[in-house]
Design a binder for this molecule. Structure first.
Ligand code: ARG
Length: 574
């Protein structure tokens, strides 16, 4: 299956060679969707410079050599030298026929790359916040999309399960008792436990003292301390897994690769860097000084890899992640789906790893930056009641809001069905809100807008899919048939559907799921316009009905598959 864009791309390139010679074989035709045609080739302007001829003349020459028989209407030159291309309806129709028979809906299978993706990464014995929600949702969508494109994704949940806070957490666990209700709360509401441990640490000198000694024991591998630590981790895993299953996110215990999993590597990381002369001692700490990282007054900013007390830090474990993912996992492309404020940290880690030879230039490494999620007051998000945020409470609110929407829009559905639809819609709404804005931009968390059935929302797309499904249900055993595009809205829908493969490839290349959201929204709108103008079951004749059924069927497949790549369910009815 070739998409319209790639078919036109090839035709224009052939014409470029015919008009200007072999050396133009790789010239980019600069093809863009356009409001004046289906696509516009914008190559004449750049070529004009190279050829020393006016752009209009270049465009005319190009068109003279452009053979679009059977694919496009007669090409037209417009403006300063744009070539307008309008696809032929018969060609488009048979392209949709091909699409309807293609189980991959035009999505290519790419050469397999090993792609570790670091995402979610909440901290043990601590509440997940909306930032964690967003990296979880974006990371999951990227994992699904890249897998669908044929890559070998290795999910790496770099949970914060090590470090100084564990001293106070373990002492607090001992104080409240391992079998206490307080400890049990870690399974669903870790905030109270964490806060209590903090308060003790800050307000009680003896406790703080015990906590510090406990950190030392933990780092020394004291067995009793390790058992207590493991208990905290296990309780937290229950909490993380509840959130993941509520979200329908594919993270499991086997994807946990937390900070602690690198413990045995940290000494070697430091030794290797020191031996290579990359790390040096400064004020008792082992540091890496890199060119180009300076703070105020030009003072060099170090990446500290071993503190003066011998402890390792966040930078050291992240160096170990690079080393492990390249050397042991054989990463060819690595993604770190992490908050935007950690960009400097990652750059320093990667530059250090490059110097050490742990990150060869053949391995692409990308920070998929996650922007902040804000409350309506543009400050840190709280729940509606004003309480500090519990992620689970937020998800419950979303489901309740979705339930209200479904109750209102579908009072005819029975109670049990509405109860089953509500979580699909509520969770879908929250995920879509995270995915539909560029991952690195901030946005305001607005539950009412997210669950609305209109606008660029998850529920709008789910509703669109459910509506197509209901049309197909009422069609009974009427058979879909070859696509004929007589009406403008049929044509527009066909063109939209044929763009699916290109968009999925783009999401994989650019790591931007919001492009798929925007695309699906266009498809849903195109379907809506089509359905308003073109009765399907009440079509004037049999072949038209069969054609429209095919368009509806492919629309449903594209919407469902697309939502699936985003990790969003499409309810049967809505
Ligand atoms: N646990 C960290 C946090 O909550 C995120 C870790 C991201 N991953 C990484 N390899 N540094 O901010």
């Amino acid at each position: 299956m070739t998409s319209p864009a790639s078919a036109l791309h090839d035709l224009v390139q052939t014409a470029l060679v015919a008009a200007f010679g072999e050396e133009y074989a790789d010239t980019d035709p600069v093809l863009r969707p356009s409001q004046f045609a289906d696509f516009q080739a914008n190559v004449a302007l750049a070529l004009a410079k190279r050829l020393g001829r006016p752009p209009r003349e270049v465009a005319d020459l190009l068109v003279e050599h452009l053979d679009v028989t059977g694919v496009c209407h007669e090409p037209e030159v417009s403006g300063p030298g744009f070539v307008n291309l309008r696809l032929d309806e018969t060609w488009l129709g048979s392209a949709v026929d091909d699409l309807s028979r293609d189980p991959r809906l035009g999505v290519p299978t790419q050469d397999r790359l090993v792609v570790p993706i670091d995402y979610s990464a909440p901290n043990v014995a601590k509440e997940m916040h909306v930032g964690h929600l967003r990296t979880t949702v974006v990371g999951d969508a990227l994992a699904r999309t890249l897998e669908h494109l044929g890559h070998q994704v290795v999910r790496q949940n770099h949970v914060g399960d090590w470090g100084t806070p564990f001293g106070m957490l373990i002492e607090h666990l001992l104080d409240v008792g391992e079998d206490s209700p307080e400890a049990a709360q870690l399974r669903n509401d870790p905030n109270a436990f964490y806060q209590a441990a903090r308060e003790a640490f800050e307000g009680d000198v003896a406790f703080a003292d015990r906590a510090r000694r406990r950190v030392v024991a933990l780092q020394a591998g004291d067995p009793e301390t390790l058992t207590l630590w493991q208990e905290l981790v296990d309780l937290s895993k229950i909490y993380f897994n509840t959130i993941y299953s509520t979200l329908g996110v594919g993270l499991r215990d086997e994807h946990l690769a937390g900070e602690s999993s690198y413990n045995d590597d940290l000494a070697a990381v430091c030794d290797e860097l020191e031996a290579a002369g990359i790390a040096t001692m400064s004020e008792g700490a082992l540091c890496v000084f890199l060119d180009g990282y300076t703070g105020r007054e030009g003072k060099p900013v170090p990446l500290i890899i071993r503190k003066s007390d011998g402890g390792y830090g966040y930078g050291t474990t992240d160096l170990a992640t690079v080393r492990h993912r390249v050397r042991d996992l054989h990463a060819e492309r690595m993604l770190y789906v992490i908050g935007a404020p950690q960009s400097l940290h990652l750059q320093m880690v990667w530059d250090t790893a490059r110097k050490a030879g742990w990150l060869p230039p053949t391995v692409e490494v990308v920070h998929v930056q996650i922007g902040n999620v804000l409350g309506a007051d543009r400050k840190i998000l709280k729940t509606r009641s004003g309480a500090p945020l519990r992620l689970m409470a937020l998800l419950e609110e979303a489901v309740a809001a979705a339930r209200a929407v479904v109750d209102e829009s579908r009072p005819d559905l029975d109670e049990a069905l509405r109860a089953a639809i509500a979580p699909q819609v509520g969770i879908g709404a929250v995920k879509y809100a995270d995915l539909s804005v560029a991952h690195d931009s901030e946005y305001v968390f607005d539950l009412d807008r997210m669950v609305a059935l209109t606008g660029n929302t998850g529920p709008y797309l789910q509703y669109a899919a459910a509506r197509v499904r209901s049309i197909l249900r009422s069609a009974g055993d009427a058979v879909p048939g070859p696509v004929r595009l007589d009406e403008p809205s049929e044509r527009a829908l066909a063109l939209a559907l044929l763009g699916f493969g290109d968009v999925v490839v783009q999401v994989g290349d650019l790591l931007e799921p919001h492009r798929l959201c925007g695309y699906l929204f266009e498809v849903a709108q195109a379907f809506s316009a089509f359905y308003e103008n073109c009765p399907v079951l009440g079509a004037p004749d049999e072949p038209t009905r069969a054609s429209r059924l095919t368009l509806a069927r492919v629309t449903l497949d594209v919407l469902e598959t697309g939502l699936g790549l985003l990790g969003i369910e499409a309810p049967e009815r809505m």
